[in-house]
Design a protein around this ligand. Sequence first.
Ligand SMILES: Cc1cc2nc3c(=O)[nH]c(=O)nc-3n(C[C@H](O)[C@H](O)[C@H](O)COP(=O)(O)OP(=O)(O)OC[C@H]3O[C@@H](n4cnc5c(N)ncnc54)[C@H](O)[C@@H]3O)c2cc1C
Length: 547
Amino acid sequence: MPGQNSFDAVFVGAGINSLVGAALLAQAGWGVSVLERADVPGGCIRTSSELTLPGFTHELMACWHPLFTGSAAYAELKGSLDARGVEYLNTDLPTAMLSSDGNSAFLWTDLDAQVAELERYARGDGDAWRAMFDAVMANAPLAFGLLGTELWSSAGARLALGAQRRLGRRGVLEFAGGTLASARDFLTATFASEQARGLLAPWVLHTGLGPDQAVSGFMAQVIACALQLGGMPVPRGGGVRLVDALAGIVLDAGGEIRTGAEVERIEVAAGRARGVRLAGGERVRAARAVIASVTPGALYGRLLDPGRVPEAVAAAARRFRHGRGEMQIHLALGEPPRWRGERAAELARTPIVHVTPGLDGVSRAVNEAERGLLPAEATIVAGQPCALDPDRAPQGSSILWLQLQELPAGRVRGDAAGEIDTAAGVWTDELREAYADRICARLGESIENLGTATLARVVLSPADLERLNVNLVGGDIYGGSCALDQNLLWRPFPQAPGHRTAIDGLWHIGASTHPGPGLGAGSGYLVAKALTAPRPMARVLRRLGRS
Ligand SMILES: Cc1cc2nc3c(=O)[nH]c(=O)nc-3n(C[C@H](O)[C@H](O)[C@H](O)COP(=O)(O)OP(=O)(O)OC[C@H]3O[C@@H](n4cnc5c(N)ncnc54)[C@H](O)[C@@H]3O)c2cc1C
């Protein structure tokens, strides 16, 4: 490895994409440095035993790992992660919806159980689910390939050609057209019952979309199948176990992970990224690549000298839109939640229950948030980590991880319910607690002991989330709006799509880049693979050697 302050690759930020990319490069023999401005690595994975009360372990931000366990990165690193003690806990009942009138519906990993579940609400809905599952699986290489391939590359071209060969021109058109549909159009055309629609509609929020947006129908189907196939895994002990294991792979190979190391400039000479300069002036050299897991605004507006950025790219970065804000509420409970209703026992063991009025309710709350309002009736993502990993709370007690994804991006202009004073327009402590009170009061209608069981509560507003991770601009947890013009082929924007940049040796990864947010580590994986791919001449020589 080169000298102490010189590495083959330097990563800016230590989120999941950087850690996976660094681990893969380290295993391939590269000297890597991962530089993180926060005082711990992990980015949105932040496990804390000090948030509420002793003995309670909370995930401050990301909690659920189906995208990671279903990823190419996990398939490749599993042996090394297993060896470092990463163990996933899973369930046959990943998610449910519950409406205020007590109606609930569940998603089972067993397909026949799922068909029976939905047949209870409307005849034919179970068969419709099976047909959806079969259709997605029949096109799985294309559907999942879109989300796991560097689209602007020869691999992307192969994906398109393969699809044309298999489906024909009309088939490709049909697939692409179907992909564009909104969740509302897909769900209302496919399922008759409000339960089936309400089971999937809130999942669209987890892709950074709303149910009336283009592509949200496709995302709903992909998620439905991914959950059915993969459940809702979490690492025993929390995401910190995965972070530590990935960091361990890097360190054992001689690389470094530095915290409290803020990169303030990417240094470029003769058109090539040469390294970075830290706050304080220290330089870290990169012989082969600088890989930045930051927002477009940070990359093109701050980290690069403006003279190095083509004006069209700088202008596109300024136009890049961040998405809705988000709030997390963490509760330490003295006893497990007691859900109301006929199916209380099943709700108690479901890791993610969406408390929602259904498709129209999600649509209304998203629309209110997009108009700058606190929604009157938000979708409550009620996460129960102890349903999978009981050791996250002392025996006989529990925790809740509550998420509110329908909040304004930027200024809060009002309250759709007309109850909360939003005159300040920003997330003050009073506004944060008032909104959390509304959510807890509503959840108390579904969990009968919520008030008496709550021992401690910590709320993170959109502004608090941005303070925890500078990439969460305005509390947008998905690294930028995932509307179609900023998604897939166009992420982060058409002037610099994919991960290569206009500057040689500088790569852009993270939630703001394809395949977008989540713990799938897709961008870190794709860039590590691009960097370690045999060069064309080496490929030819290897082929000749084989013949
Ligand atoms: C509250 C919340 C809940 C979520 N829940 C889930 C979930 O359950 N499951 C799921 O799959 N996804 C979830 N997500 C989304 C997912 O966690 C993120 O999309 C993903 O973790 C982003 O990873 P990343 O690699 O882009 O980097 P990030 O996790 O964003 O990390 C980037 C890191 O870079 C650092 N950094 C930025 N600029 C600099 C600089 N100049 N110098 C040094 N360091 C810098 C930051 O401090 C940060 O630590 C959630 C996100 C949030 C915020």
